[in-house]
Design a protein around this ligand. Structure first.
Ligand code: AMP
Length: 479
């Protein structure tokens, strides 16, 4: 559904779902700039009001190439809007081939980015506490960016470390000491999660359900090392760094400085990894970056009413009064400096207003998201829906279709945890259909398994179009 969110800014499709609301793509109709907007309904989720405040406060302190930037936020009629740097490359789990992983050189690149972001966080005394591929996004240049600071907290104040006690995170990624019920140090807990992410990247599966003595896979790693999957898929040098990161004992676990010196981390691969085909050629930045007195790049924040701003943004909040309205509402928005493609605009003007057969105004701007979990069908809208319905029944999924063309599909994942994902059919030109799958809740890697299973059966109806395609390809399909 494409609607004007505030004057000049179009609210496009949902990019993803978080624990307390959706993240939508906003596009500036004139400049072509894109912003991700996280929406948290504080009326429905009254218990998260304080934690959202904390999340925003922590996130606003951060300015690093491997961390999603926050441009500003606004509370409006019980809804918190958080404006974030848009990562068009999708989520890291999307690059992980279930049970296979990815090329080690790609894993090394992403792991270096991750460690760089985590090192920065820890240098500020902040611990993330929910590092997992679903919270690691990719930008248009394939740079990894850490996001979702909902579990983050401060572990060092005025040079003094404090122990943490809140048990939080996602079970397969969480460090054993976090689950122990005792106090734990923040830094080693994040390092552990980075190790599990590395296993997922190299082996395409998670090593255990949770790092407890009830979990056979974990006990076997702790006691015998590399006897089973996924370890036997991973080469020795990578295993060597993993052994040191996934060390049960937090004081003996590798620190960031040690990780950075390990041979696997520093090693130069002959082949430099997979070049990523981007949905358009990145051009130079159209809006100049503002620099603060320290030379730090910062976003220009224009706001109509008091917006919670950090000190670096405060001047802009005072200076740039940009009143835009939805009906009677006055809403502050961010003008920002993320590089965008003029092609985005071309695409915008061509496709904003493109009607799907379901009557909604969804736009082929989906193409701007480099998501692998999608396919182009050579069947029309109704035939695609019918075929998908048949398959969902065949595979025994619980599903519903609402509105027409949008399927919410539920099942249990490999660990018997709830998994929900959405499939969205969008008519491109009356003949072909873009079928876009997106994770709602649960394990990203297992979601990808289900996608591949469904895609396998859809094969006879899939057009031979690359999963990521250039704008030239894309515009060809626009009527
Ligand atoms: P979160 O609420 O932060 O957990 O975000 C939920 C999902 O929305 C993520 O897993 C991403 O798929 C998507 N998402 C969040 N932030 C962004 C962003 N800045 N750019 C693109 N997609 C995002």
């Amino acid at each position: 559904m494409s609607t004007e969110f505030v004057e000049g800014w179009e609210m496009l499709h949902t990019l993803g779902e978080g624990a307390f609301g959706e993240v939508k793509l906003l596009l500036n109709k004139v400049s072509g700039d894109a912003v991700a907007m996280k929406i948290v309904d504080l009326v429905k989720n009254a218990n998260v009001t304080t934690s959202i405040k904390k999340e925003i406060a922590i996130h606003k302190k951060l300015n690093h190439p491997h961390i999603i930037k926050v441009y500003g936020n606004r509370k409006e009629q019980g809804v918190e809007y958080i404006f974030l740097e848009y990562a068009s490359g999708g989520e890291l789990f999307d690059r992980i081939e279930p049970d296979i992983g990815m090329k080690p050189q790609d894993a090394q690149k992403y792991f270096r980015h991750l460690i760089s972001g985590v090192e920065y966080l820890h240098s500020l005394g902040i611990v993330h506490r929910d590092i997992k591929p679903e919270n690691l996004l990719l930008d248009e240049h394939d740079n990894l960016k850490i996001t979702d600071f909902g579990m983050a907290t401060i572990f060092r104040m005025n040079g003094k470390d404090r122990m943490l006690d809140k048990q939080c995170g996602t079970l397969p990624y969480v460090a054993p000491e976090v689950l122990s019920g005792k106090q734990y140090h923040g830094e080693p807990a994040d390092i552990w999660s980075c190790g599990v992410v590395l296993v997922a990247m190299l082996g395409g599966e998670l090593p255990w359900d949770s790092p407890t003595n009830h979990c056979e896979d974990y006990v076997s790693w702790k006691e015998c090392g590399i006897t089973k999957q996924p370890w036997c898929k991973i080469e020795n040098l990578a295993l060597s760094i993993l052994r040191r990161i996934l060390n049960h004992s937090p004081p003996r676990r590798y620190k960031v400085s040690e990780i950075k010196q390990h041979q696997w981390f520093t090693k130069q691969f002959k082949d430099q990894g997979t070049p990523v085909k981007l949905p358009g050629t990145p051009l130079k930045k159209k809006i100049k970056l503002n620099r603060d007195s320290t030379g730090r790049e910062e976003a220009i924040l224009a706001c109509s009413q008091p917006v919670h701003c950090d000190r670096t943004n405060q001047n802009h909040c005072d200076e740039l009064q940009d009143r835009t309205s939805i009906g009677k509402k006055q809403v502050g928005l961010c003008s920002f400096s993320q590089p965008t493609n003029p092609e985005h605009m071309l695409l915008t003007s061509q496709c904003l207003g493109t009607q799907t057969q379901s009557g909604s105004n969804q736009t082929p701007l989906h193409r701007l998201v480099k998501r692998m979990t999608r396919c182009i069908m050579n069947t029309d809208f109704d035939k695609t829906r019918k075929e998908l319905e048949r398959l969902l029944d065949l595979f025994g999924y619980t599903w519903r279709e609402c509105p027409q063309g949008t399927f919410t599909i539920s099942c249990k994942d490999i660990r018997k945890m709830d998994l929900t994902f959405k499939a969205n059919a969008m008519s491109l030109n009356g003949v072909s259909v873009l079928l876009d799958f997106r994770l709602s809740h649960g394990c990203g890697i297992d979601f990808k398994r289900h996608f591949l299973k469904i895609r396998g059966k859809l094969k006879p109806f899939i057009s031979e179009v690359p999963m990521t395609w250039s704008l030239a390809d894309a515009t060809n399909t626009i009527p």
